[in-house]
Design a protein around this ligand. Structure first.
Ligand code: HEC
Length: 197
């Protein structure tokens, strides 16, 4: 650009404002061209805009990968539970879990308070170990029975179910009246372990 062209006033005047016709500075132009080169790269490279995978797609891919790597736990095994339901160590830890988490509503002796009596033959949701497992893990949220699935470890759930079954027939003083339907088979004692087993 010839020196003579610099600071040459254009011969118009808008409301008294006049302007030069100077070229844009080099550095400004280079940045401008750089942005033009950058756009297609930015558009194609994975990022949050453009053709690349967006945040949501990447999140979903991560979730899918996680689910594939961690299959859901196997269904609860009632038979395996029955085999150890009388294990004194399991019952002892179940007692602790019960006193800590359940006694507030079911009373320490299971006689019932806010929640129903757990020592009688009557069950609202069924007294089979597998049914109790569902009640305890899922809860009965509408009726005030919390879901324990995320609060207790599977081992603690097993322990507390064993303990609840062991409360059957203890007939504590001033227990709540039976609620639900009788299910006497439910709480039939699991087979005692063979001697020495
Ligand atoms: C916040 C109070 C509360 C706590 C804590 C609670 N429960 Fe319950 N539970 C209830 C209520 C209320 C019901 C009755 C639900 C209904 O009427 O359907 C119930 C029902 C049950 C039943 C089903 C009884 C039946 O007749 O079918 C079982 C089993 C049970 N709870 C076990 C437990 C265990 C085990 C714990 C501790 C890990 C526990 N509950 C903690 C309130 C509670």
């Amino acid at each position: 650009m010839a020196k003579s062209d610099e600071d040459r006033l254009l011969d118009h005047s808008y409301d008294g404002i006049q302007e030069y016709d100077n070229p844009l500075p080099r550095w400004w132009l280079w940045i401008f061209y750089a942005t033009i080169v950058f756009v297609p790269i930015y558009y194609l490279v994975p990022g949050d805009i453009g053709a690349g995978k967006g945040m949501i797609a990447r999140y979903e891919a991560e979730v899918a990968a996680y689910k594939a790597s961690a299959p859901p736990p196997a269904a609860w095994d009632a038979a395996a539970f029955a085999a150890r339901a009388k294990d004194p160590a399991l019952l002892a830890s179940g007692k602790t879990v019960f006193e800590t988490n359940c006694a507030a509503c079911h009373r320490a002796d299971g006689g019932g308070l806010i929640g129903p009596n757990l020592t009688d033959d009557a069950w609202i949701h069924g007294g089979q170990p597998a049914q109790i497992h569902v009640t305890v893990t899922q809860g009965v949220l509408a009726k005030g029975m919390p879901s324990w699935e995320r609060l207790l470890k599977p081992e603690q759930v097993d322990a507390v179910i064993a303990y609840v079954l062991s409360l059957h027939g203890t007939n504590p003083k001033d227990g709540k009246a039976p609620e639900g339907t009788a299910d006497t088979t439910a709480v039939a004692a699991p087979a005692a372990p063979a001697p020495g087993a």
